[in-house]
Design a protein around this ligand. Structure first.
Ligand SMILES: C[S@@+](CC[C@H](N)C(=O)[O-])C[C@H]1O[C@@H](n2cnc3c(N)ncnc32)[C@H](O)[C@@H]1O
Length: 240
């Protein structure tokens, strides 16, 4: 049963099934019955599989003794954010999460450019089935209103103003190259020594730009970091 749920047809097509449900109806069902978020097929609405998340939380946990708070760049409907917040609540950590997203999908110019040059995926209309209001209500019904702070807007307009002064852990899951590059450059000076940045899709065939940007970043900062690949993440730890 578990195999079927995680790796079978239903798991594979869950995003398409979800897309068939009108957003308003989907939102009111989920917000009205928040227990549904916990179902294995919903998994708080992240596309990451539960085994990947165990590794993710292990890395997050390893930075909780480090100064600073947590940043997420690329929140969408708040799946990974909710899972991080659940974990912090469970272990009674008082770390806060700053969740950055346009809450309306990719920047159209960047999406178009990447569609033409790097991937055959349609990007311009991706991740539009979200919104700041939905995200805030979701955090409220899950009991994370006082821990999670959403910052709406394109990273290029928000990070330099709203990033916390000190960061222990950052999850960067924004798919597109220019935005990823910008996030890494903004986060790095504020990341505490011993802190980590976890970048999603490092090995994804759908977003080949991610690996190029991360490899280049590692090359430029090689004396101050270590890097390890975990599933399709790259995890950078700041050494100095
Ligand atoms: C893959 S989704 C994030 C999924 C989420 N981390 C999860 O696992 O539930 C990528 C998100 O990055 C956001 N994004 C990408 N580039 C952005 C930019 N320049 N500014 C703001 N948001 C951006 C998109 O709006 C989208 O919601």
């Amino acid at each position: 049963m578990d195999l079927f749920v995680h790796d079978g047809l239903l798991w594979k097509h869950r995003a398409q099934i979800k897309n068939l449900i009108p957003t308003r109806i989907l939102n009111s069902i989920l917000l009205g019955f928040p227990k549904i978020y916990q179902h294995k097929l919903i998994n708080f609405e992240t596309n990451m599989c539960p085994t990947t998340f165990e590794k993710f939380l292990f890395e997050l946990n390893s930075t909780l003794g480090v100064a600073g708070n947590i940043v997420e760049c690329g929140t969408a409907r708040g799946g990974s954010c909710a899972i991080m917040a659940n974990y912090l609540k469970k272990i009674k950590s008082n770390k806060l999460i700053y969740a950055f997203d346009s809450f309306s999908g990719f920047h159209p110019d960047e999406a178009r450019q990447e569609e033409n040059q790097l991937t055959r995926r349609p990007l311009v209309f991706a991740f539009k089935k979200t919104g700041l209001g939905y995200f805030q209500k979701k955090m409220e019904v899950l009991g994370h209103k006082d821990r999670v702070f959403p910052i709406k807007g394109y990273f290029q307009d928000t990070l330099n103003i709203y990033l916390p002064e000190s960061i222990c852990f950052a999850f960067v899951d924004c798919d597109l190259s220019n935005s990823l590059d910008y996030c890494l450059e903004q986060i790095w000076p504020k990341l505490s020594v011993g802190g980590k940045i976890l970048i999603d899709d490092y090995l994804s065939p759908f977003y080949p730009g991610v690996k190029k940007i991360v490899d280049n970043f590692i090359l430029n900062k090689r004396s101050t970091l270590t890097s390890k690949i975990i599933h399709s993440f790259n995890c950078l730890e700041k050494l100095a």
